[in-house]
Design a protein around this ligand. Structure first.
Ligand SMILES: NC(=O)c1ccc[n+]([C@@H]2O[C@H](COP(=O)([O-])OP(=O)(O)OC[C@H]3O[C@@H](n4cnc5c(N)ncnc54)[C@H](OP(=O)(O)O)[C@@H]3O)[C@@H](O)[C@H]2O)c1
Length: 338
């Protein structure tokens, strides 16, 4: 005859096991739904880019590299505009191997140096007969201590906004030659909604905060995109401007956030929850190639579709964008008036 104590124990352990399996199942389904939600949409366009030239800034890693790879696969001539030539050459080799394209070019561009940007643009204008798509992708974030660009600007706003401002304006003549289908893609972040533009603090005169500096630089990206769109539309330039949020992605962007050893532990866990670089690049690729975006310049995109501009906490308006443009012209030396 069975011992009732043993029976009770095994019923209890069955119950514990069933509850555990149930909880595990629910967690797995929850994680899958969470990942599905966060991993976002995929660019469905099959557009080919034969004969077209694209520049991608910061294309040696992260979503910039995946974007460059995708556009090379569509037969574009792709220029990787990067500050570290060795990393860029390695990325170009990877892209060439994966795509069989030989039309992948590396050029030096340090967005923390106006001299480097001017040299890069001079080179492009002299050597590239056309430019169809400019992707302002490069970015730095969360630098713990205040650092400055070669020209004395705070690094995050200096690279993310001012560098791209100078670059874009100097390349505009070439983009205009590819009208009416030329595109400028500005990779911002939904965190721009936390930003504010303090016109007296671009050189950190009033202090520095590692997170706020990033939010502010990403807001500057959005305001630049809106003002650029207004100006290009007014002159019927045939160049479209798309601003986007790529999602939350497991890239090297958080490299300044913690000690490299901690980061090595943190990354695989983070990677379980957020987008891979391939998933994170989809909205950029869609903005660069999707035919249905034609005529929709000046809009904001996320997950490969148009989204309303998030409500910015500091409530910027058109006049802030205009003033930012004028100050950017002066600080980058585009307009010499002081
Ligand atoms: N990852 C996210 O969750 C996330 C979310 C929202 C928005 N974004 C935006 O997405 C864009 C791409 O970021 P990512 O996530 O792919 O980051 P990433 O992996 O760190 O790539 C950033 C790229 O920018 C380049 N870069 C940095 N400073 C530069 C400079 N002074 N001159 C030229 N290139 C420079 C980097 O070059 P090095 O490798 O030489 O440093 C790298 O190629 C950024 O604009 C970022 O703000 C990312």
């Amino acid at each position: 005859m069975a011992d009732p104590a043993v029976n009770n124990n095994s019923t209890e352990s069955n119950k514990v096991w069933t509850s555990f399996s149930f909880a595990l199942g629910i967690s797995a389904v929850g994680l899958l739904l969470f990942r599905r939600y966060f991993h976002g949409a995929k660019c469905k366009s099959l557009a080919q880019l034969s004969g077209k030239t694209v520049i991608v800034t910061g294309a040696n890693t992260g979503i910039g590299k995946v974007t460059a790879l995708d556009l090379a696969r569509r037969n574009a001539r792709v220029i990787l505009a990067c500050r570290d030539i060795n990393k860029a050459r390695k990325a170009a080799d990877d892209i060439k191997k994966s795509t069989n394209s030989q039309n992948v070019v590396v050029k030096h561009l340090d967005l923390a140096s106006f001299k480097s940007i001017n040299q890069f643009c001079k080179d492009i204008l002299e050597t590239e007969p056309r430019l169809d798509i400019l992707i302002n992708n490069a970015g730095v974030s969360w630098i713990p201590q205040c650092t400055k660009t070669e020209d004395g600007l705070e690094m995050q706003v200096g690279v993310n906004h001012f560098g791209h401002f100078l670059l874009t304006n100097q390349l505009l003549p070439r983009l205009k030659k590819s009208s009416p289908s030329a595109r400028i893609i500005i990779v911002s972040s939904s965190l721009h909604k936390k930003g504010k533009i303090d016109f007296g603090n671009f050189k950190s005169e009033k202090g520095y905060h590692q997170f706020e500096a990033y939010y502010d630089s990403k807001l500057a990206n959005v305001l630049f995109g809106q003002e650029l769109h207004r100006r290009l539309e007014a002159e019927e330039a045939g160049v479209s401007v798309y601003t986007l949020h790529p999602g939350v992605i497991n890239t090297e962007l958080n490299r300044h956030m913690m000690h490299p050893l901690l980061l090595r532990l943190f990354r695989p866990l983070f990677g379980l929850l957020v987008k891979t670089p391939t998933q994170g690049a989809q909205t950029t690729i869609s903005c660069a190639v999707a035919g249905e975006l034609e005529g929709l310049s000046g809009r904001y995109y996320g997950n490969c579709k148009e989204e309303p501009f998030p409500k910015v906490e500091s409530g910027p308006d058109e006049s802030v964008a205009k003033k930012l443009w004028e100050i950017s012209e002066r600080l980058t030396g585009l307009s010499k008036v002081d």
